[in-house]
Write a protein that binds this ligand. Structure first.
Ligand SMILES: Cc1cc2nc3c(=O)[nH]c(=O)nc-3n(C[C@H](O)[C@H](O)[C@H](O)COP(=O)(O)OP(=O)(O)OC[C@H]3O[C@@H](n4cnc5c(N)ncnc54)[C@H](O)[C@@H]3O)c2cc1C
Length: 423
């Protein structure tokens, strides 16, 4: 079993990706080369702004080439909570924005000719307990009443068998607008598009410091220094202490994935007759899907840690997968890997400036579409082509104790486990 991501083995970083040496000066330095940074770079180039994308490892190395590839509707924070916190008008705007973020990915894939298996698969949220299923009818009517959204519907325990070959669930909610893609093909396609438009892609250029200058910033990297008029931090779950206030606004959470060998076509059809994306209704949720080449990808969290042993993780994850799909008992697991996503304290994405540095992060498990669209907006704001973003208009909480994650994350984990037991 390999302990590296399947996606980048199947679709490695293109050998002909034009990478550059560190330039002396650009208008904007984008730090981080995932969906946020690359969508920002494309938007900046569309506006004629010179840009260098600086990546500590290789282009697309972070969560953007490691994730489940599910572009699901909505945000991490549940819509009724968004309505309560920000009011109905803002709530409706956030919902529409989230739907538009999936359209943005679809349009980009078409416009930039990115062959990344994008498909409007729809998704199913699966009720892990009868009490969760009982809540689903109310949730569907809430979406109808408050958002006039009728593209989701409830399926009961019997009907859910038309969606998934498993008897583990008590029903589900289907949403037809969610999509699936191959994350590595998408991120490398974005990188090719950014380079074609003139963005400089610089690898092994970890940024270790930023200093304000009269004309912007001196950017200190492991390859040397450069000047930039402006800086966008696009580092999400990998955000370090380059701008300490940013690190205090986000905490990294480990997500773990296993993947099986390719399954026979009739078994694929039995497990996922409509090719949907799936996740269950727990706090420590499992997410799963078939890959374009017919493997079962099964992901989730064990606690919130980012450094668990990957073979141990695979064993636990395989046990969970077999609980859902006993048909997969004994099917070999070929890859086990992990990556970091970034959670903000209000579970909302954040975009703005701190200490003069622009940033966009905090997508939780919705970054495939949300990071893409917020990255584009951040790029447009830096280019002066847009004045603001919805997510710049909300309060962004920062906590003084984030660097001590290791102390309090186990407590948060225990709390989520408790909620999963009692809810
Ligand atoms: C296992 C897993 C499964 C997931 N599944 C899904 C899913 O199914 N659907 C979904 O919507 N979302 C999912 N997510 C979340 C999603 O992948 C992320 O939200 C999204 O990729 C974030 O993109 P990004 O560009 O902001 O950050 P990233 O793609 O993480 O990129 C950040 C980059 O910044 C670089 N960096 C950090 N610090 C520096 C520095 N100082 N100098 C230079 N470079 C630096 C890192 O090396 C990294 O490459 C998942 C995440 C993980 C880890």
């Amino acid at each position: 079993m390999k302990t590296t991501p399947f996606w980048t083995e199947e679709a490695p970083r293109p050998a002909d990706l034009p990478v550059s040496a560190l330039p002396e000066r650009v208008d904007v330095a984008v730090i981080g080369s995932g969906y946020t940074g690359l969508n920002a770079a494309i938007a900046l180039r569309k506006a004629g702004v010179s840009v260098a994308v600086l990546e500590e490892h290789t282009i697309g190395w972070g969560a953007s080439s490691r994730n489940g590839g599910m572009a699901t509707t909505g945000l991490k924070e549940e819509m009724p909570n968004v309505f309560k916190r920000y009011g109905a008008a803002m709530g409706r705007a956030f919902w529409q924005w989230a739907l538009a973020s999936i359209d943005h990915v679809e349009q980009t894939v078409v416009e930039e000719e990115i062959a990344c298996n994008f498909v409007r698969s729809g998704h199913v949220t699966l009720a892990f307990k009868p009490s969760h299923y009982e809540r689903f009818a109310g949730e569907a009517s809430w979406f109808h009443d408050n958002l006039a959204y009728d593209d989701l519907w409830v399926v009961d325990k019997e009907q859910v068998r038309g969606e998934i070959g498993s008897s583990a669930y008590f029903g589900g909610i289907v949403d037809r607008n969610s999509a699936a893609l191959h994350p590595a093909r998408y991120v490398f396609g974005l990188a090719q598009a950014a380079a074609r438009r003139g963005a400089l892609l610089v690898e092994q250029a970890g940024v270790t410091g930023l200093a304000h200058t009269a004309s912007g910033f001196r950017v200190i990297t492991k390859q040397g220094q450069m000047q930039a008029g402006d800086v966008l931090m696009a580092t999400n779950g990998y955000t370090g202490n380059v701008v300490p206030a940013l690190r205090r606004g986000i905490f990294p959470v480990g997500s773990y994935i296993i993947i099986t060998e390719p399954l026979p076509p009739d078994l694929q059809h039995e497990l996922s007759p409509r090719g949907r994306m799936f996740f269950d209704s727990k706090h420590f949720l499992n997410y799963f899907r078939l890959t374009p080449d017919g493997r079962m990808l099964f992901g989730g969290r064990h606690d919130l840690s980012t450094d668990l042993d990957l073979l141990e993780s695979a064993q636990k994850m395989q046990a969970r997968m077999v609980e859902v799909f006993p048909q997969l008992r004994g099917v070999p697991i070929t890859h086990t890997w992990t990556g970091k996503l970034g959670l903000t304290f209000d579970l909302m994405p954040h975009v703005g400036r701190v200490d003069g540095v622009a940033y966009a992060y905090g997508y939780a498990g919705h970054g495939v579409s949300v990071a893409s669209y917020l990255g584009k907006e951040a790029g447009e704001m830096l280019a002066g082509a847009r004045t603001t973003s919805l997510f710049a208009q909300i309060k962004h909480a920062r906590y003084p104790f984030t660097p001590y994650d290791k102390l309090y994350l186990p407590i948060v984990s225990q709390w989520f486990r408790y909620l999963d037991r009692v809810s």
